[in-house]
Design a binder for this molecule. Structure first.
Ligand code: XMP
Length: 324
């Protein structure tokens, strides 16, 4: 008789048996529901012998790093190290405009930073780190088995396969038999905050693929502020759970506007909001006109450097969810 509550018990004893009484485990957390639920399970199972690492890559959303730190340590009691590698990532992204290059740089830099941090961890037990935690879900398992075709290479998704090879770690994947809604149910039972449990997915390359063209700190700031306003208004309107994913992208073009009696010549924000069940196909979300009006006026008035706001009315296919 399979229930969430006994899934937790079974999984915890399975983890304890697998890891044994002394070995140490490391794992990356992103602030998303999968890695948080996985980290919480490990922390219940083996306490301080689980080491969570969060890497700030400089292209996270507004307040992200602070929120993750507070929620995971104070809220969930997870043994967490936050690494601020913003300058390293942004330095390597300088001058790069190609979306796939951005993905590769961020993926590779992530592995370097993670490995460097892992080497600094000195377990109290004196044991080596032997395992790597991954929040892989059932659909990811299926996809990696069945998709060998071109659909898999439309966009290179971030993965940490390199870590396993370089560090000779064994993998722990406590969520590998679960679907997203089951992970969310688990999150609720384990008292992970609602906001985190119901959070929209956020891509590994972060705002770097939502700042079209070159990623500079100034551009990231514009995209970050605009995104924050859009999401804030979506939550206020009670629409967050109806929408599968929403964000603001900063376009690499300038457009003429007028503020007071001044002519302006500044950048353009594209808002994107979609409904989907599997992210393979998606429909754009139909907002009330008054909602879009409010968001556009807030963004132009509150975010320096934006002269115009547009709403993306393209479905997937032919468009992808992200702009890059
Ligand atoms: P696309 O743009 O491919 O997005 O229609 C489908 C879903 O995947 C997310 N996405 C990514 N996630 N690394 C990730 O971890 C990536 O490089 C990446 N590219 C897209 C996207 O946010 C959406 O949820």
């Amino acid at each position: 008789n399979w229930t969430m509550a006994n899934f937790i018990d079974t999984e915890i004893s399975r983890i304890r048996t697998l890891v044994g009484p002394t070995a140490e485990v490391i794992g990356a957390v992103s602030g998303g529901v999968d890695s948080t639920v996985a980290a919480k399970l490990l922390s219940i199972a083996i306490g301080e012998r689980f080491h969570a690492i969060y890497v700030d890559n400089g292209v996270m959303r507004k307040n992200e790093t602070e929120t993750v730190h507070k929620t995971l340590t104070e809220g969930l009691g997870i043994n967490l190290t936050v690494v601020d590698a913003s300058e390293e990532f942004l330095g390597k992204l300088k001058g790069v405009t190609d979306p796939e290059k951005k993905r590769k740089i961020i993926g590779n830099t992530f592995i370097e930073v993670f490995e460097r941090q892992a080497a600094l961890i000195q377990p109290k037990s004196g044991e080596e780190i032997e395992f790597l935690l991954q929040g892989t879900l059932y659909p990811d398992v299926i996809e990696s088995i069945s998709f060998k075709g071109p659909s898999h290479t439309i966009k290179t998704h971030h993965n940490v396969g390199g870590l396993l090879d370089d560090m000779k770690l064994k993998l722990i994947e406590p969520l590998r038999e679960l679907f997203k809604d089951e992970v969310r149910a688990l999150g609720e039972i384990m008292e992970i905050p609602h906001d985190l449990v119901w959070r929209h997915p956020f891509p590994g390359p972060g705002l770097a693929i939502r700042v079209l063209g070159e990623v500079t700190p100034a551009q990231v700031k514009i995209a970050r502020e605009a995104d924050f306003i859009f999401i804030e208004e979506i939550k206020k309107a009670g629409l967050y759970r109806e929408i599968s994913q929403a964000f603001a992208a900063l376009l690499p073009v300038k457009s003429v506007g007028v503020m007071g009696d001044q002519r302006t010549y500044e950048q353009v924000i594209a808002l994107r909001a979609i409904e989907t069940t599997d992210f393979m196909t998606a429909d754009w979300f139909v907002f009330e006109a008054s909602f879009l009006k409010r968001v556009a006026s807030r963004i132009v008035n509150e975010v320096d450097g934006v002269a115009r706001v547009t709403y993306d009315i393209t479905s997937k296919p032919p468009a992808t969810v992200e702009w890059e």
